[in-house]
Design a protein around this ligand. Structure first.
Ligand code: TYD
Length: 408
């Protein structure tokens, strides 16, 4: 029986997706024969409720010098981080004489550049060397390392304590949660705040967005599990904010226990989690049934379209799509190629399913009949810019919350 990342008690397996490739492991044809696979299984800790992977891929296999995910591919995400930086400056840094901001998983500097440009002391921590270099090129001070207690101590010695520690879509990547939480406790100034945002378990349950489940996402947080984990390290959740990013995320703000007042939003979210029955195993058994149904329906729809001679192209070679293509058995036969704007993904094959990834120009120069919206979390941005595709008779297929062809 696997044991919990947060409390070491037994984890009850809940759903298995079978053997999966590395979600961001886009590959060349000569790498196909050696493509690594691992078991993707999710479980729930009955003691502390943390939903988590039961088997983990070594972190060096996921985050390295050829990491394919560059945060700056979405203009909406760029705006999201700009807004965060400007809000955090006024809300949390106004009183600090010489503020210091640390970001975990700072990627290509999409957020920290706003602090760099304002001349505010900052440090990005990013284990993937290629994206870290992109950040440095923008003037963002970045160290290429994994964050753990030992690094936190070194930073305290070199730079002092941090007034703001931030992480977007990174805490859920870190299975060694206690080392991270302990490092944060040491690094955080007595009046400082830790703010992090990750896909929210409540949204996964409500939207059946099972594609959030892949190797990089070791944990699927709720207020209950975050409070439990960080509470063991003297930190408490003082505020929460639901976000639309990544298909439904939660931003948690934490401080040293007793250092700052707790907002009403925290109690409200606690009540919502009761209502959603996030603490009950039956909720996850029902979700599992919806996931299986979604797979059957998506495969059936694509099979029918192929029989009708329609062309279907994937839109956005997301990490999430690796779970969908492999779990639902989507082959290049059903999905001709995946259009993606990220140069390092182009010309490669999608992990596991080996669907070719091509530049956006290949989509725009010859529209398919259907675009399978793998980047459904950017639907608003994408639909707004794809009016010509729709006008030409093209249609988007989505599978969250249910499988359907979108009407214009
Ligand atoms: P992302 O939303 O970060 O999803 P994940 O975390 O699952 O990887 O990735 C979006 C992907 O979609 C990225 O590879 C860029 C691509 N993309 C496009 O090709 N066109 C677009 O208009 C947008 C917004 C994204």
């Amino acid at each position: 029986m696997p044991t919990c990342l947060a409390c070491s008690k037994p984890v009850i397996p809940w759903i298995s997706f079978g053997k999966m490739p590395i979600a961001n492991g886009f590959l060349t044809p000569d790498q196909v024969a050696d493509e690594p696979r691992y078991e993707l299984e999710v479980g729930r800790c009955q003691a502390c409720t943390l939903v988590q992977l039961t088997q983990l891929v070594e972190r060096e296999k996921m985050f390295h010098a050829h990491y394919a995910f560059f945060s700056s591919t979405s203009t909406r995400m760029a705006a999201h981080f700009e807004q965060f930086a400007s809000g955090a400056k006024t809300k949390y840094l106004a009183d600090a004489a010489d503020p210091f901001v640390v970001e975990l998983g700072s990627n290509d500097g999409i957020m920290l550049r706003h602090f760099a440009q304002a001349g505010i002391r900052h440090l990005g921590i990013e284990p993937s060397a290629n994206v870290a270099q992109a950040a440095r090129d923008r003037g963002v001070r970045t160290t290429v390392e994994f964050f753990e207690t030992e690094l936190a101590r070194r930073i305290v010695t070199s730079d002092g304590r941090a007034d703001l520690i931030y992480g977007a879509n990174v805490m859920c990547h870190l299975p060694y949660l206690h080392s991270v939480a302990d490092g944060i406790r040491e690094l955080l100034h007595p009046r400082g705040v830790l703010i992090f945002e990750d896909p929210y378990l409540g949204d996964i349950v409500e939207k059946t967005s099972y594609d959030q489940i892949y190797d990089e996402h070791a944990s699927y947080f709720s207020l209950a599990s975050v409070s439990y984990i960080f509470g063991q390290h003297g930190l408490e959740v003082i505020d929460v904010e639901a976000l639309a990013t990544h298909g439904g995320s939660m931003r948690y703000t934490l401080a040293h226990r007793g250092a700052r007042p707790v907002t009403a939003a925290v109690q409200e979210l606690r009540a919502r989690e009761e209502q959603l029955r996030l603490h009950e195993h039956a909720t996850f058994e029902q979700l599992r049934e919806r996931i299986y149904r979604s797979r059957t329906e998506l495969h059936a729809l694509l099979t029918r379209l192929r029989a009708e001679g329609k062309r279907v192209v994937g839109y956005g070679a997301t990490s999430k799509s690796t779970t969908v293509t492999n779990f639902c058995g989507l082959t290049p036969d059903l999905v001709e190629f995946i259009s993606d704007t990220t140069p390092v993904k182009q010309g490669k094959l999608s992990p596991g399913a080996h669907i070719p990834v091509r530049p956006y120009a290949d989509f725009a120069s010859r529209y398919p009949d259907y675009a399978l919206l793998f980047a459904w979390n950017h639907a608003e941005e994408i639909l707004a810019k794809e009016s010509a595709f729709i006008a030409a008779g093209g249609r988007f297929i989505v599978y969250v919350p249910t499988v359907r062809v979108m009407e214009p």
